[in-house]
Design a protein around this ligand. Sequence first.
Ligand code: MFK
Ligand code: FAD
Length: 507
Amino acid sequence: TGKFTQPAPVLENPFTSDPILSRALKRLIPQQEFVKVSTDLTKFGERIVNEIDQLGHEAEIQPPQIQQFDAWGNRIDKLIVAPAWNRLKEISAEEGLISIGYDKSTDPEYRRLHQMSKLYMFHPASGLVTCPLAMTDGAAKTIDELKLGEKFPECKEAFERLTSRDPQNAWTSGQWMTEKGGGSDVGGGTDTYAEKVDGSNYTLHGYKWFSSAIDADMSLTLARSIENGQVQTGSRGLSLFYLRVRNNGQLNGLQMMRLKNKLGTRQLPTAELLLDGVKAIKVSEEGRGVPSIANMLNITRVHNAIASVAGMRRIVSLARDYSTRRIAFGNTLYKWPLHLKVLADLEIKTRAGLLLTLESTRLLGKQEGGRSSEQESLLLRLITPIAKLHTGKVCVPAISEGIECFGGQGYIEDTGLPGILRDTQVTAIWEGTTNVLSLDVLRVFATTKFAAAKAFADRIKEIISKAKNGDEKLQKTGEALENALNQLLGTLKTAQKSSDFPQNLQR
Ligand code: MFK
Ligand code: FAD
């Protein structure tokens, strides 16, 4: 007695074992490019299984700490992170997890699909290093899109380092937006002030309430500049600032007040920061901080969607494998129809989330390659918040259901499974909560006079007609979707006139 041991679920190569990633990429990327991409992803998948997953686990069990004072009472705010966290950052640079998205030697239309597929495989093994990677990508995109490198030599260097494959040179970025008074409503809640030194040089004074991956080299942030003693209130009083977190090894006029004690993402150092004379450069026009940092938001939101579906994929794949190893009532689990139904339901949700996110990625690549039609640009702007809010929302109950597929073992820490659930709740919150992103969808409808909604309806029709000509079920689904969308548009058009509709969207 007592000799039974349960075979553990096995982590397989997340590229070759994924039921749809390779098929989807084959459809989206021309053959020659696809061969290169799939070779890289296969190799990376092996590295995840043999090396990276263990590092992710080590980062989780060795959370970061701040040592605020030295033995003699000097304030030092020394951030101590796990060696595995640093190694994962190095691997991210080596593997080109950001640089692939900006690699001028490849076809611009397909870079993002390659990059995001790699991040999708990496996320569950990454010890949450995907969080700084998202912000790093967002910062690179903002610098690139606003051509900041042409205006500020500091931003030119930053772009090169953010997109570097050399771990010794590569930088990561923070994204300091949230303050005590508001994370959604940054216009109402931001209480950080920028005092002019000369030209574009300022010092910042304020308190940032959530600043993740505080081991970053630089950050983008929002503040109100004081011009001739005057300060503009609201969102149109905010400008965008670039700053280095440290200058010559010393913190740049800021103090790490404490690290957040979080439900999950414990591998990730998220700090409260006192900005007390941070040297910074104003990089946007006065009062254009929010639309400027929106460049960052629209990238980090794609990363967020990728992370949400990646968590789902990890638990579903392990649960599927486990269902072939665990026996209950004389049958392996997968032979029980009820269990199979649970797995099938999770599988469908995961595939749908991935395909939706890849659609947003495909459109991003097209736009960056300068090959988007007007309709496709509208679609990209609309689908990005939809993909973020949908995947962020569905991944939480899906991963919880996935945990249940392991019975009691799903609840046990050293299986590595509980961490997947812990780390997922945040994807619905950060980078804009579900409600805030729903309002962003309304913003897109309003600012495009519903042209984006039409582009969306047309795309659905196109997909349905391509999917299977003459398939009655699909045609009916297509018609039902179109009707639902038309009804929604009718409701929105009426609602837009009512006083409850957000005022900034009534334009
Ligand atoms: C593993 C993955 C990890 C992911 C990274 C995790 C680490 C970081 C975690 C974080 O959470 S960082 C903080 C993220 N914060 C947010 O996402 C803020 C959420 N709040 C919003 O998004 C609000 O909607 C917003 C702050 C944008 C509201 O601002 P306003 O100024 O009150 O809105 P308004 O007046 O509608 O828009 C101002 C301008 O910005 C308008 O342009 P114009 O002035 O030219 O008319 C808008 O069109 C533009 N805008 C707003 N959102 C936009 C946008 N433009 C393009 N894209 C958008 N998404
Ligand atoms: P609130 O804005 O107070 O929202 C509270 C509730 O009200 C939410 O349910 C929201 O959906 C709802 N709500 C708000 N406005 C509306 C509305 N108009 N209509 C309907 N409902 C509404 N921020 C950074 O800037 N940088 C970081 O690096 C960072 N890292 C983070 C790391 C972690 C682990 C977490 C948890 C958060 C992090 N954040 C970061 C902050 C995060 O972006 C904010 O918490 C988030 O944007 C929500 O803002 P809030 O906390 O102020 O919530």
